[in-house]
Write a protein that binds this ligand. Structure first.
Ligand code: SF4
Length: 290
């Protein structure tokens, strides 16, 4: 049986290869009798410069980032380059793309063909149980801050198509793209942590606006610098980049708008934060241990 006939998703994907398509950080191109997949950073490289990997070797190669850390999210923008993989059939191509981006082609195709493919934050967290139930107690604005921090381009290259309350119109993407149809486990964990943090004692800071701006710039910088061996999926670490971005979001939300500022002649901003966020360190994890 022709595999394409039983898999309309890969068939539709292949239809877009004229002669190539960028999918996430991968470039897929049509060759004379096969398909080739390589990293988009290697798009212009001579094929002899790239190591040919079997699907099994590819799976192993992409499981870690350049610093040797496990990649908890395949759609993180840290896919290693320097390789190529060949597919002699649509079924082989399907396998390779699912190694790189599990469910990626299927999700794109489902979204392009159907109207009800996304799951909102509310629907997703309402069906959680156990320790993740706290995620359902975040207000919409807080959940949006979590999503903005977690799904920022520097952490994930998927196009997020779900929203918090499920009111967003269907957005069909015709050209193959990595799409996100529902919150992932990392986002759920960040939301759970945020709810828990909100239950802890708060502290109030009064800072000149220039210093608040300085804190925001520092957080932005810290969220982007390489972290050595720190695992990006480990949200228990205070220096986790997603936590930095979430703190940024939360500070930003507490800053008075320019009009309010002018009307009230506010020279200092008062910011309320849970103790752990404020210090940046858990009470059980003093700075000296980092
Ligand atoms: S929820 Fe956000 S971080 Fe998770 S896969 Fe979707 S877009 Fe990426």
């Amino acid at each position: 049986m022709n595999p394409c006939s039983s898999n309309p998703a890969i068939s539709a994907f292949i239809d877009h290869l004229n002669p190539s398509v960028t999918f996430g950080q991968a470039v897929v191109s049509r060759q004379e009798t096969s398909f080739e997949v390589r990293h988009s950073a290697d798009a212009e490289k001579d094929t002899h410069q790239l190591e040919l990997l079997t699907p099994r070797d590819l799976r192993s190669r992409i499981s870690k980032d350049a610093a040797g850390r496990f990649r908890p999210l395949q759609s993180a923008p840290d896919l290693l380059s320097g390789w190529k993989a060949r597919a002699s059939s649509s079924a082989d191509l399907w396998e390779i793309l699912n190694i790189l981006y599990p469910g990626g082609v299927g999700d794109w195709y489902a979204n392009a063909r159907q109207s009800q493919t996304t799951v909102s934050y509310r629907d997703f967290v309402n069906r959680q149980s156990g320790m993740f139930r706290g995620a359902a107690k975040l207000q919409d604005a807080e959940a949006a801050q979590v999503a903005n921090a977690c799904c920022a381009d520097q952490h994930c290259i998927k196009n997020r198509l779900w929203d918090i309350s499920g009111n967003m119109d269907h957005h069909s993407i015709e050209t193959p793209r990595l799409v996100c149809l529902e919150p992932c486990q990392i986002l759920l964990e960040l939301a759970r942590r945020q709810f828990k943090l909100g239950q802890s004692p708060s502290t109030t800071l009064e800072l000149p606006e220039e210093e608040v701006a300085l804190v925001l710039v520092a957080l932005d910088h810290l969220s982007k610098v390489p972290r050595g061996k720190l695992r990006t999926g480990d949200l228990s670490m205070p220096m986790n980049p997603r936590r930095m971005n979430l703190l940024q979001e939360r500070l930003q939300a507490q800053i008075p708008r320019q009009t309010e500022k002018a009307a009230n002649k506010i020279a200092q901003w008062t910011i309320v934060l849970p103790y752990e966020i404020n210090t940046g360190f858990s009470k059980h994890c003093p700075p000296a241990s980092l």
